[in-house]
Design a protein around this ligand. Structure first.
Ligand code: SF4
Length: 233
């Protein structure tokens, strides 16, 4: 279409320039995001989390594509995004009294010979000690947490609706934790994620020290038993 009116012509040129400027600006921001992500992954520290998170929400797909282009593994990126979410949520999580927090553990952490039965509130551990959950759950409950062993993410939604915790800790594989944290962000719940070190459907493994580190955030150290370590029997 050819515009003969000079005013209209100038308007269209201006519109084109503004559009080009916005595209270049977003592209520049995306490059900056990728540099910050790559540096954070390499250094093990989350650099400028407050800057990264809002832009990542807006441009996640594009930034993921650029990360893949420069060779950042999707798994590494996911781990980083979870660490970023945890970092951003730490102070809000710390402010929530432990009585208003819940922990969701995946059923795959159980022994394959687990005798626990499925109840409307998840699997009811009987403490048979065939897996580490038997020792860990009473210790977590001793701190004041409500703890669930869940067979799927629908249980999280159901238990959140029933007990209305203000903060939750979710344990699971990369995708489960990422989706859980996204759900928390959507419904205004403070979420912290811990990723299992071995994936799969049966007898997966979690680093219990990672869980301890998260669940003790904001708890007065004097109220944590000296020998508190959820992995030890
Ligand atoms: S300790 Fe609990 S979760 Fe683990 S196998 Fe026994 S009943 Fe199942």
């Amino acid at each position: 279409m050819i515009f003969t009116d000079p005013t209209l012509q100038n308007l269209m040129i201006l519109l084109g320039e503004v559009t080009l400027f916005i595209i270049l600006f977003l592209f520049g921001i995306a490059i900056l995001m990728v540099v910050l992500i790559g540096t954070s992954i390499r250094s093990g520290k989350v650099i400028f989390p407050a800057l990264l998170r809002p832009f990542l929400v807006l441009m996640e797909g594009f930034v993921k594509g650029l990360c893949a282009f420069i060779g950042i593994e999707p798994g590494e990126l996911l781990k980083f995004l979870i660490r970023l979410d945890n970092r951003m949520n730490t102070s809000a999580f710390s402010a929530v009294p432990v009585a208003e927090r819940a922990i969701f553990l995946p059923q795959c952490l159980r022994s394959s010979k687990c005798p626990a039965h499925l109840t409307p509130e998840g699997l009811a551990c009987v403490g048979c000690r065939r897996c580490e959950l038997g020792a860990a759950i009473p210790k977590m409950e001793g701190l004041g947490y409500r703890v669930f062993i869940i067979p799927g993410s629908t249980f999280i939604k159901r238990m959140v609706q029933k007990y209305r915790p203000k903060a939750i800790v979710g344990v699971g594989c990369l995708m489960e934790v990422k989706e859980g944290l996204e759900m928390c962000n959507r419904i205004g719940l403070v979420g912290m994620g811990v990723v299992t070190v071995k994936d799969g459907c049966v007898e997966t493994i979690v680093n219990w020290h990672d869980i301890c580190e998260v669940i003790t955030i904001g708890i007065d150290p004097s109220s944590i038993p000296d020998d508190f370590d959820v992995s030890s029997n």
